[in-house]
Design a protein around this ligand. Structure first.
Ligand SMILES: C[S@@+](CC[C@H](N)C(=O)[O-])C[C@H]1O[C@@H](n2cnc3c(N)ncnc32)[C@H](O)[C@@H]1O
Length: 186
C-alpha cells in the first residue's frame, strides 16, 4: 500500500480521486497513443506520484519537453525529488486551468502535442472540469491528442463535447479497472 497516496486521498477526496497510484499496466496503455518520435511537448495534468511520467520519460526522445502540473503539494514534492535532474522536464505546483500561463512562464510553445491527464473528472466540479477542458482544447495543436483515464464512462459525454474520435480501451490489471480514452482535437 502506498501510504502517501492513501493519506492524500483521505485528506483530499475530490481532487485525488483514487486510493492508489495507477498500475504500470495502465501507465503503458496511457502512453500507447503517443508518437514518441515526433512529440515535441507533452503536458501532464495531475501526474500524482509519477506513474505515467516514468513511462513517458523512458520512451521520449531527448528533445521532447515534458510539463507536469500537479495540484497536490505532497505529490509535487515527490515529483521534484524524482525528476528534478531530468533535462526538459518542468514541474509546476498548481492547477491545470492555468496551463497556458504556465507554458508562457516557462517560455514554452503555446501549442502542445499531447495532454496526458490523470484528473478525476468524475469527482471534480463540472464548472472546473469544463474550464480545464476549454484550456486543454485551446493549447492542443490541431493534430493534438488528449488522453485520460476514468474508472467509469460517466464523463464520456463531457469529453465528447471537446474532442473527436475518442478511442476507448480498458485496462483490467489496475485497481480498480480503468478505461483509457484518447481523443483528437480536430
Ligand atoms: C486519480 S489521481 C491520478 C494520479 C496519477 N496520474 C496516477 O495515475 O497515479 C488525480 C491527480 O490529479 C491531481 N489533481 C486534481 N485536481 C487537479 C488540478 N486542478 N490540477 C492539477 N492536478 C490536479 C491530484 O492531486 C492527483 O494527483
Amino acid at each position: 500500500m502506498n501510504t502517501q497516496f492513501f493519506t492524500q486521498y483521505i485528506k483530499n477526496l475530490r481532487t485525488v480521486g483514487a486510493v492508489a497510484p495507477s498500475s504500470p499496466h495502465l501507465a503503458r496503455k496511457m502512453v500507447l497513443p503517443i508518437n514518441f518520435t515526433d512529440a515535441r511537448v507533452i503536458v501532464q495534468f495531475g501526474p500524482g506520484t509519477g506513474s505515467f511520467t516514468s513511462e513517458i520519460l523512458q520512451r521520449r526522445n531527448d528533445k521532447t519537453i515534458v510539463v507536469l502540473i500537479e495540484y497536490n503539494e505532497s505529490f509535487y514534492e515527490t515529483l521534484v525529488s524524482k525528476y528534478r535532474d531530468e533535462q526538459g522536464v518542468y514541474i509546476y505546483n498548481g492547477t491545470a486551468e492555468d496551463v497556458d500561463g504556465i507554458l508562457k512562464q516557462y517560455g514554452l510553445p503555446q501549442k502542445v502535442d499531447y495532454i496526458v491527464s490523470g484528473l478525476p473528472f468524475a469527482s471534480l466540479p463540472d464548472k472546473q472540469s469544463r474550464a480545464i477542458l476549454d484550456r486543454a482544447k485551446n493549447i492542443l495543436g490541431t493534430d493534438g491528442t488528449f488522453i485520460t483515464f476514468q474508472y467509469t464512462l460517466l464523463k464520456k459525454g463531457l469529453l465528447d463535447e471537446y474532442f473527436n474520435q475518442i478511442v476507448i480501451s480498458r485496462e483490467w490489471r489496475n485497481v480498480p479497472p480503468a478505461y483509457v480514452l484518447a481523443g483528437t482535437n480536430s
